[in-house]
Design a protein around this ligand. Structure first.
Ligand code: NDP
Ligand code: 8X3
Length: 253
């Protein structure tokens, strides 16, 4: 039987690419997100390109009740998840703290921190029961350093780093691996979401240099989850060659 990977936020960007890469490399998939049509499209596409089995779960990860119901709806054998990729997340807004929009703060904290915790709380007991499993948390360069106006988003990703370490310690005696992947700028829908649909602002983020692509992160995740059982890749910081730190880019006109 194939290993089962649950990927949160598989409707776009890094999660979608990870679904494609893991699906083509022998994993069965549980794919989640709010946009049901995108999940169905991805499932259909993957079914043509690979022979992996796929279940889609459509829910808002900020809602504990919805998340629990979605997990409970899985057939019993699918609850034995081998790999959990905690990817669903977002930045909303880019304002100095004194001008911050409280609703934006709540969306980020509820998704990036609380949502990650909700799904981990549901999946990890099954891993503990079996004495195996792997949790991969998608952090960010924003989880290593703060940058101007990034305040709350950076705080949520610092929380992901701390949770990665905490989970690794708590799960140490249960044979469960915990890893984090912290990317720099990846060209996905991330900036479109951050700038609330403003395409010009979003496109500007990736102008003048070659950013990472979602596939670069997906390949990294595949490497991490296919190491031998005695090897854990704790933390990966992966940056575009043209980015040395959060706001340090080599850009050409
Ligand atoms: P995208 O916007 O392309 O994808 C984000 C995914 O998260 C979507 O599938 C979206 O699905 C899902 N998501 C967001 N909110 C919710 C929610 N409330 N409930 C369920 N799913 C949700 O961005 P990326 O692929 O770039 O982002 C993926 C992760 O990578 C995030 O955690 C982000 O912080 C992190 N990251 C991104 C970087 C970048 O530069 N792009 C760099 C470093 C880290 P849907 O809207 O359908 O619910
Ligand atoms: C996404 C990258 O630098 O915009 O986490 O925060 S950054």
């Amino acid at each position: 039987m194939n290993k089962i990977a649950l990927i949160t936020g598989a409707t776009a960007g890094i999660g979608q690419a990870t679904a494609q890469v893991l699906g083509k490399n022998g994993f069965d998939l549980i794919l989640t997100g709010r946009r049901k049509d995108r999940l169905e499209e991805l499932k259909e596409g993957l079914a043509k390109e690979s022979d992996c089995r796929i279940i889609t779960l459509n829910f808002d990860i900020r809602n504990l009740d919805e998340t629990t119901k979605a997990f409970d709806s899985l057939p019993e054998e699918w609850k034995a998840i081998d790999v959990l990729v905690n990817n669903a997340g977002l930045a909303v807004g880019l304002e100095p703290i004194q001008e911050g929009v409280v609703d934006d703060w709540e969306r980020m904290i509820d998704t990036n921190v609380k949502g990650l915790l909700y799904i981990t709380r549901l999946v990890s007991p099954q891993m503990v029961k079996r004495g195996s499993g792997h949790i991969v948390n998608i952090s960010s360069i924003a989880g290593r350093e703060a940058y101007a106006n990034g305040n709350v988003y950076c705080a949520t990703k610092h929380a992901v780093q701390a949770l990665t370490q905490g989970m690794r310690i708590d799960l140490l005696h249960h044979g469960i691996k915990v890893s984090s992947v912290a990317p720099g700028a990846v060209n996905t829908e991330f900036s479109l979401v951050r700038f609330k649909g403003n395409e010009n602002k979003a496109n500007d983020v990736y102008k003048g240099f070659t950013p990472l692509y979602a596939e670069d992160i997906a390949e990294t995740i595949l490497f991490i989850v296919t190491r031998p059982s005695h090897v854990n890749i704790d933390d990966v910081l992966i940056m575009p060659t043209a980015q040395a730190f959060s706001r340090g880019f080599h850009k050409e006109d």
